[in-house]
Design a protein around this ligand. Structure first.
Ligand SMILES: Nc1nc2c(ncn2[C@@H]2O[C@H](COP(=O)(O)OP(=O)(O)OP(=O)(O)O)[C@@H](O)[C@H]2O)c(=O)[nH]1
Ligand SMILES: [Mg+2]
Length: 159
């Protein structure tokens, strides 16, 4: 009986260890694109999808709602979510959009924090987040070549 219980316990431990992996294959990886208004979040979503899915404009606060589209990466569904830009809300509608952004962030597997490289950074902005589930993308950059001739990863996405 003890041997059987031990083996059941091992099986449960193995299942638990791969549970997140199973969910990701079934439901997809939730990637949330977020950051200040006008940073280039919607542009990045369009570029990753390969078509003009969402409205891009110079106006701050263009995206009011969270918009999700899925791409397939080597058989793994990647659920890309474009979100309302973060700033002090100027209307009740925008407040609701930002609340949705914050909710999405809590459910994210991976967060892409988009920042306009040329815009003033918030006081505590740190591009090395130290959080393995978050990548800071410095957008609107002319990327310098590294010594190896490759595009510097710190420049992030380029159109
Ligand atoms: N130069 C340059 N402009 C960019 C880049 N990415 C986006 N833009 C421009 O920046 C402006 C804002 O882009 P959006 O993609 O709408 O920005 P957003 O973060 O979705 O903005 P909100 O929805 O308002 O939060 C547009 O005029 C884009 O054309 C980039 O890599 N380089
Ligand atoms: Mg947008």
């Amino acid at each position: 009986m003890r041997a059987r219980l031990d083996s059941v316990r091992e099986e449960i431990a193995a299942l638990l260890a791969t549970a997140d992996q199973g969910r990701i294959l079934r439901e997809g990886v939730r990637v949330v694109i977020y950051g200040a208004t006008n940073a280039g979040k919607s542009s990045l979503l369009n570029r990753l999808l390969g078509y003009d899915r969402v409205i891009v404009s110079e106006t701050h606060g263009t995206t009011r709602d969270a918009i999700e589209e899925t791409v397939n990466l080597d058989g793994v569904p990647i659920r890309l979510l474009d979100t309302a830009g973060l700033r002090a809300p100027t209307s009740e509608l925008e407040r609701e959009g930002i609340a949705r952004t914050e909710k999405s962030l809590r459910l994210a597997d991976l967060r892409l924090r988009i920042a306009d490289r040329n815009a003033p950074k918030p006081r505590h902005f740190d591009e090395r987040t130290g959080d393995s589930n978050e990548i800071v993308v410095l957008n609107k950059a002319i990327c310098p070549k590294t010594v190896t001739g490759k595009i510097s990863m710190r420049c992030g996405f380029r159109a």
